[in-house]
Structures are given as structure tokens and as C-alpha cells.
Design a protein around this ligand. Structure first.
Ligand SMILES: [Mn+2]
Length: 328
């Protein structure tokens, strides 16, 4: 991706007086970290910034939003239409499916939309996009944008960006990690971000219900293809029984990956609209982005997602079949 696209976005941001920042639904640390990092940078430049969120927001990420000068706005069509920002900035996604229920609104302001993304594909219309699939996290791009804008990193900015970096790299262990990832981390630490503080906030702040849910989830794992595929499914009833919230399913997908034979892990849950949300992770041999694209989703080679018709077991069977083909 030519760097001048990012320069063009920096120019557009410079000229804007007000910017509204969006990210994908079911936000993760990279999504919120990119949003908060960018919002704090723009605020430091004297811009009027609004941060729009698509709930539910995982409780362990709330502390990042609390660093904003103004609290984030939960998206509704009414609140969005009240925004009169010069520019709309979308971070960590460019896929309409990931932006529901805000995609129609975002399409309606495509002429002022700027996108920063590190995913392979996306279909959201825009004025300018900077897509860098070599970035391990979207916050790498936001950090770069901050440099182009000449913003000095504050501790809150650095903390938000480091949250995204550790979130999307599994604390620097995925094969997406590059020397640049660590160079950016070094700058963030120099600006005051604390890995141990972040570990406590992100990894040791769950509610007891998370552990109850986890114990349910472990009992809901099925193995296929000589134990190379693990599929875990949780119904809304399972989640309710654990007295948990839907955002507390985050991270459960990684559990089957501890098994040596497993090369691909699938996690299936129900959406409020009665569809099945599928998340996929893989080790080295399987391209799960390829599989998810067959169902209108996408992501990265090692982490991707899509939506399928219900019920849970038929969605699972469909995906397992597609994965078996991919595994050969
Ligand atoms: Mn990301």
C-alpha cells in the first residue's frame, strides 16, 4: 500500500475541524486502542472528536474509553445523524458486515470517510483508505499517522496503542509480529505505557462468570478430521446459565489450540438476530480468511470470522466441511 495514502489521510485530518471515529462491532483491544489512541491525538491537535461505539463493550476495555476527555457514544441511527463531523474515521475494519448496525449510516457519508485498516479485504465505501496488511495491529498504523501529524505521544495515547498491539499479537507471539511491531512498542514504553499495568487491566480483570462460562465451554468442544479441527459452540442459553455476557466469550477460541494435533479452532455463538457468529483461528497450515470469505466474512490468514444461518449445529457442520476441504 503506497505510503502517500496515509499522507493523504493525514492531510485530510489536518484540514478537518471535527472528526467522528468508528470501529467494528464486538470491539477488541486493537479496535478500542486504535479509536482511543486516534481520538486523543486529534484532541491534542485541537480537533473536536467524537468516538462512536457499537456495543457490547467488553468490560476489561472500559478503562481505555475512560481515558477519553468525553465518554464514547453508543451508536444509534438518531445519535449518528446528529453528528456533523467534517470527517468520519473508521479504524480496524473496512467491512460492512463488521460495522452493523452502523454500515448504512457510514455508507451515507462515504464521501468524507477515511479508513485505516490492516485486514485483507473490505467493502465499505470511502473517500480515502490506507490498508496495510503487514501491520500486526491497526494501532501500528495509528502510531504512524500520529508521527505524520507531529503529535507527541502522551502516556494515555501510548497505553491505548500498546493495548491494541498486545491484543492483536497475543502479547507479541503471533507470526504477524515484525521488528517494526517491537520498534513501535519501544516508543510506546518510552512514552510511559506499562506492560504490567496492561496485563492486569486486560488479562486479570474478568468477572467470576467468565470462569463459569469457560468451564461450560470446555465441555462443548468437538473434534474432527483426526483431531485437527476443534469446534466449540455456546448457545445464548449456555451464556445465560453462566450468568455471563456475550462479550465474555472473548478468548475462549484459543483454548483448544493448546492441543498439539489441533491446527484450526472454531468458535460458534448465536447473534441477537438469530444468526450464528463464527470465529476461526489457525496455526500455520490453514488460511481461515479464505474459508470465511466463502461465507461473506474475512479477516486474517490466522484469525477470521463470518456469519452463517442457524441453528448452531448446522452452522458447525457447514464450517467443518469447508475446513476439511481446506485441510485436504
Ligand atoms: Mn486489529
Amino acid at each position: 500500500m503506497p505510503e502517500n495514502e496515509l499522507t493523504a489521510i493525514a492531510d485530510a485530518v489536518q484540514r478537518a475541524k471535527s472528526v467522528a471515529i468508528f470501529t467494528h462491532a464486538r470491539p477488541d483491544p486493537d479496535a478500542i486502542g486504535s479509536q482511543v489512541g486516534a481520538a486523543l491525538m486529534l484532541a491534542a491537535m485541537g480537533k473536536q472528536v467524537s468516538v462512536m461505539c457499537l456495543p457490547p463493550i467488553p468490560q476489561p476495555l472500559q478503562f481505555l474509553l475512560n481515558m477519553l476527555p468525553q465518554s464514547c457514544t453508543e451508536y444509534t441511527p438518531e445519535k449518528a445523524s446528529g453528528i456533523s463531523a467534517d470527517r468520519i474515521l473508521v479504524v480496524d475494519t473496512s467491512a460492512r458486515q463488521q460495522l452493523e448496525p452502523a454500515s448504512a449510516f457510514l455508507e451515507s457519508c462515504a464521501s468524507k470517510a477515511l479508513i485505516l485498516d490492516h485486514h485483507i479485504s473490505g467493502d465499505l465505501n470511502h473517500d480515502l483508505i490506507y490498508r496495510d496488511t503487514s501491520a500486526a495491529a491497526c494501532v501500528e498504523i495509528v502510531a504512524h499517522l500520529g508521527e505524520l501529524l507531529g503529535v507527541a505521544l502522551s502516556k494515555p495515547m501510548a497505553t491505548a496503542l500498546l493495548a491494541g498491539l498486545v491484543g492483536d499479537t497475543g502479547w507479541f507471539r503471533f507470526d504477524s509480529v515484525t521488528p517494526r511491531t517491537h520498534e513501535i512498542a519501544a516508543k510506546l514504553l518510552a512514552a510511559g505505557a506499562s506492560p504490567s499495568e496492561l496485563w492486569g487491566r486486560l488479562m486479570q480483570s474478568e468477572r467470576k462468570s467468565k470462569l463459569v462460562l469457560l468451564s461450560h465451554a470446555v465441555g462443548r468442544i468437538n473434534f474432527y478430521a483426526q483431531d485437527r479441527i476443534a469446534a466449540m459452540e455456546l448457545s445464548n442459553q449456555d451464556i445465560a446459565q453462566a450468568q455471563a455476557e456475550t462479550w465474555e466469550t472473548e478468548g475462549l477460541i484459543d483454548i483448544p489450540m493448546m492441543v498439539g494435533s489441533v491446527v484450526c479452532s472454531v468458535f460458534l455463538s448465536e447473534t441477537p438476530e438469530g444468526k450464528i457468529r463464527a470465529s476461526l483461528r489457525s496455526k500455520h497450515t490453514v488460511d481461515v480468511n479464505e474459508v470465511c470469505r466463502k461465507f461473506g466474512g474475512g479477516g486474517h490468514a490466522r484469525a477470521a470470522g463470518c456469519r452463517l444461518p442457524g441453528p448452531l449445529h448446522s452452522a458447525r457442520d457447514t464450517l467443518v466441511k469447508a475446513l476439511e476441504l481446506q485441510l485436504g
